[in-house]
Design a protein around this ligand. Sequence first.
Ligand code: NDP
Length: 294
Amino acid sequence: MSAEIIDGKAFAAEVRAKVAEHVAKLAERGIKPGLAVVLVGEDPASQVYVRSKGKQTVEAGMESFEHKLDASTSEADLLALVDKLNNDPAVNGILVQLPLPDHIDEDKVINAIDPAKDVDGFHISNVGLLATGQKAMVPCTPLGCLMLLRDYFGSLSGKSAVVVGRSNIVGKPMAQLLLRDSCTVTIAHSRTKDIEDVVRQADIVVAAVGRPEMVTGDWLKKGAVVIDVGINRLPPAEEGAKGKLVGDVDFASASDVAGAITPVPGGVGPMTIACLLANTLTATCRANGLEEPE
Ligand code: NDP
């Protein structure tokens, strides 16, 4: 293995510490940021995320409001809750955990959130603001990836970047952020021809595919910097055991070729929640007409 390991866990701890410091300063003015997280149903992975988000929110000195709703909750009831949170001055950030049950229209719910409180950055107006280079609420996972890349490179200007995956929550906003930082950006997806050749052109590879260990070392240019967004649990080796957690990149072969790489776990994952806290702080500062943290 020759690649440098990009330690997302340590970087995320630094981000959280900075957020906590800023939150403590707000407390002196009598301001306490509040984050409301809404979970509908009992998806086990979502429950783990929500618990972790709540814990880290409190650790950063913020108020955490958790709303756990039954899987049978109607769309109208969920929209009514979102409306209530939109109008609650103690709530600065609202996150509705996805996926939602099939009978609820996700777009409708996301677009009902006050864009100023949309700390996930999925509201159509935040998507538009980001795409046009205006001040937006930026989706947490791509924001976390960008922070790691900026920390590694300093400037990203002129780098060629390939984002594998075009989802609204990771791939597309990631591409927008890299473009905003003056990378030459290609988005690859399931219909991309000769995808290995496309990826091999890149100085920066961001893999957000949801396919365990798909990107292997022979897809990479020597020295490429690889950000692995994927979180996939492999089937357990034996019954009753927990399957191994792997990314969308084959770490073993990729780390022989890459210049630097994020591990899974301990790479992008911790950055996502750290950025959620940072976004909640930003939303709070904006709501109070205060200077935003960098
Ligand atoms: P989606 O399933 O929404 O999107 C996957 C994308 O990958 C699609 O654009 C799809 O292309 C593309 N894709 C699928 N198969 C292939 C293939 N064989 N070759 C090329 N492209 C392919 O996933 P998400 O964006 O939501 O998530 C991606 C991964 O990131 C998942 O592993 C998820 O668990 C993880 N994740 C991690 C987070 C974190 O905090 N670290 C947060 C969010 C997600 P097409 O559009 O053509 O179908």
